[in-house]
Design a binder for this molecule. Sequence first.
Ligand SMILES: Cc1cc2nc3c(=O)[nH]c(=O)nc-3n(C[C@H](O)[C@H](O)[C@H](O)COP(=O)(O)OP(=O)(O)OC[C@H]3O[C@@H](n4cnc5c(N)ncnc54)[C@H](O)[C@@H]3O)c2cc1C
Ligand SMILES: *[C@@H]1O[C@H](CO)[C@@H](O)[C@H](O)[C@H]1NC(C)=O
Ligand SMILES: *[C@@H]1O[C@H](CO)[C@@H](O)[C@H](O)[C@H]1NC(C)=O
Ligand SMILES: *[C@@H]1O[C@H](CO)[C@@H](O)[C@H](O)[C@H]1NC(C)=O
Length: 623
Amino acid sequence: MSTGFCFLLPPTCKSFVALMKLKLHTTAFPPFLLFFAVLLATISLNHAAISSMTYVPMGNNPTLYRPGAEPIMHLDELTFTDTVLGQDHAFLVEFYADWCGHCRAFAPFFREFASLVQSWNRVVTVAAMNCADSFNTRVCRENGVTHFPMIKYYPRAARHASNAITLEASHSGSQLRDQLTRTIVNEFNQFRYPDWPNFIYINVDSSTTYGTLWQGVAESADYLAIIIEQYESVSPQFMLDLSSRSHEIGTRRALASSPITQMLMITQFPYVALFSRDRQRAIYMNPYSANSMTEINNALANIKGNKNKLMLTTTPRTTISTTTQIPTVNCERFPERCRDMYFVSETDMLKAMYMALHDEVIRANDVIQGSNFTHLYNFVDLLAEHFPVLTFSNEIVRRGRNVKRSSSSILKNSERARLVFSHLREFLRTKNDTQLVSTSDWEHHFNSVERVYAFPFPVNSSWQHCKGTTPQFRGYTCGLWTTFHALTVHTYMDTIKEHKVNALKPLKSIQGWVSSFFGCEHCKRHFMHMTTELFPMTARRVRHSHDMMMYLWRAHNIVNNRLHGDVTEDPQFTKMQFPALFLCPTCHSGGHFSRRQIRNFLLRYYGNIKPHNRLARKVLHFY
Ligand SMILES: Cc1cc2nc3c(=O)[nH]c(=O)nc-3n(C[C@H](O)[C@H](O)[C@H](O)COP(=O)(O)OP(=O)(O)OC[C@H]3O[C@@H](n4cnc5c(N)ncnc54)[C@H](O)[C@@H]3O)c2cc1C
Ligand SMILES: *[C@@H]1O[C@H](CO)[C@@H](O)[C@H](O)[C@H]1NC(C)=O
Ligand SMILES: *[C@@H]1O[C@H](CO)[C@@H](O)[C@H](O)[C@H]1NC(C)=O
Ligand SMILES: *[C@@H]1O[C@H](CO)[C@@H](O)[C@H](O)[C@H]1NC(C)=O
């Protein structure tokens, strides 16, 4: 059977044929063949890690999509390369972070998109990967994932991560589909894959026969749908929609200027005509519409007298309901139970800072330089100076005859984390002349300093206050906000006796980190817009030392207001204007916040930090 190709490479071919004969005719297996067989087996073992549509990814974090339940393939560190690169298939991959609110908001659009292009699966597979899962860190870095969500197209010809093309994460299933369509047609124009829809416009001239119209159509296909349009519009989509049925029905396209228009006497565009191989007359002709697919199926069914074909309508729409009712505590009725759910947790802050300085920084670029370097330095400097290491309780403590209203105790993990921050700051100082550090150096240094101080970041503990009602809520971003607030409050407390305090500096350090490293692109844009345009972070607004915590309080409330009712809102922790009545009754007076009371409240709330407990008692269960 392979002799047909032998005119191409005679010597190899001959030996191949000889080999086949040998294999067929010798009973004893020649040793060198055995060697090849073993080699082959080893190779296929090493390359066995390929994702399927029902593959459940490795790792610890929750996924945004349900493996097997929607037309989105899950990828992970094990399967990414073998699945996506070097295959006869294009891939469209969404890189997301499960903690990224914008990714959660984007998920319904991506889902809609995936079902719109589900029938294109012979050409392209839609896939997703969670980059927040530390299991996937390496692959996400190799693929240059700098923000979330990031959409990349891996051409069928892709052999390397750098061959990918970044698409825009539009909030519309059809816009995503249009981008994908254009990208596929571009790839076809370069490589002309014979088993993809033939996107070359039909060129009719005097030598054209009925047979030439069928160019590029599979031999098994008895039908051919031709779409005629005035300029490139809906044709690629139409052809891709039918691509999974190429064994049965081929597709081609023609421009209105083509003689076909006159031959078929078409006056309206776009237009669809269906031909069968054995008849040179169209068996179906109609202007293109949303019903074209159904009409074509009906026409085929009539011809074949086969009603079963009716089943092959357009792409099935799977609607997945994720709105299961989660039991929550009613905070108006049970204010004291809700009050217990609100506390500042050392665990949450340490977990968030690990991600902020480790995961986020090493993901960003190969080198950290220029403004990114300065931003990293300033943020680490702020942490080294003011990351809270003391917690102040407001309980009444009796010591002999003295009654103390407040007592403080040391946060042991944070004390060690502060030393890590100091070391990292010194490390950056040694690079200050070049203002450049490679991310691999940074990661290496981080890991060794972290080890020296006996791993102060409880990466394996669960979120405490920031634990969501279900795993897709809260977590990291909640930990970030909490730390940002605690930093302003503790900077205030640490510097209360100093005369000259630059109140803007801590806020600018936080802003700098957000602008250079926060992986949630959408959050970053909003935050930068807010802090520069909407509610500018300026010396006029932040004059006195306490203004820094008041500024961040208001800024966060602006965000809460914008996100109230958003899909990312945890039903138990709704985006109220903080602090709610149940947290601070005295903060509210006459429908307004009292700034003075707020200030005292913030000092109490962020001063009183619940220590990390290695034996992590189960967090309060609220239902
Ligand atoms: C810089 C930044 C920008 C963000 N931008 C976006 C965005 O554009 N779109 C998006 O979908 N998500 C965004 N997020 C995420 C979003 O703000 C929440 O973090 C996320 O939805 C989780 O909400 P949460 O209920 O855990 O409470 P969070 O809003 O994360 O708050 C954490 C905790 O801080 C305390 N707190 C709340 N409000 C205040 C306040 N005003 N002052 C002091 N303390 C307060 C409460 O104890 C609360 O539980 C952003 C996060 C950050 C850090
Ligand atoms: C800083 O990092 C961002 C990505 O987070 C990158 O786009 C930008 O080019 C970097 N800037 C410099 C000066 O390296
Ligand atoms: C680092 O270098 C810059 C100039 O390159 C200088 O302005 C800055 O003060 C230096 N910072 C430290 C901490 O040495
Ligand atoms: C977290 O768990 C992993 C795997 O179990 C382990 O290798 C790592 O040392 C743990 N880290 C900490 C800080 O406990």
